[in-house]
Design a protein around this ligand. Structure first.
Ligand code: ADP
Length: 160
């Protein structure tokens, strides 16, 4: 059984994340999407909202599940018997950050492996932070996120 974890904030999930999830679901027997909660970070969507949205979005792939992690990712995935972390990279700047992160995780647990999947060229400009900014000004994000996320963003910013 080849199991991998795909950790991230997913605040909110984009077509870029979903593309990585779809492709990874064909490579691994099981894929766990780990919704991270980092107390230093400010999120637009609560952990529960991100989990609910992701669970709906991964419905087409039966070998993909979504879990919440409020501790160190490495510790969390070890308990699930997973030692493979998957991260997506959009370009060199992502890679530089991801490389450092993978070194840190390896330092925490030398059995932990990080593998990188390059973005699909259609999605390489998609970034949750930029999408939130665009949505906050009422911009059209329909080519960047699924309708479910588009609706959730509209509701968030209508309230603000
Ligand atoms: P984090 O806050 O942990 O970086 P994100 O939700 O921003 O979480 O991203 C989770 C993972 O998905 C990261 O590895 C990130 O590089 C990757 N990712 C985000 N957007 C894209 C995209 N458009 N294409 C490929 N990978 C992406």
């Amino acid at each position: 059984m080849l199991k991998a974890a795909f950790p991230g904030s997913f605040d909110p999930p984009t077509f870029g994340h979903l593309n990585i999830i779809e492709r990874a679901s064909t490579l691994f027997d099981e894929l766990v999407i780990v919704v991270a909660v980092n107390r230093q970070k400010q999120y637009l969507f609560s952990p529960e909202e991100r989990i609910e949205i992701l669970r709906e979005l991964v419905r087409p792939w039966p070998n993909v599940q979504v879990l919440l992690c409020e501790s160190l990712i490495v510790d969390f995935v070890k308990k699930l018997n997973i030692r493979l972390l998957l991260r997506g990279v959009r370009g060199v700047s992502d890679f530089s950050y991801e490389f450092d992160l993978s070194m840190m995780n390896k330092g925490l647990d030398s059995s932990m492996e990080t593998i990188f999947m390059t973005t699909d060229p259609r999605y390489f400009i998609l970034r949750s932070s930029a999408i939130k900014e665009l949505a906050s000004f009422g911009g059209d994000v329909s080519s960047m996120v699924p309708p479910l996320v588009e609706g959730a963003l509209k509701r968030k910013y209508a309230k603000a």
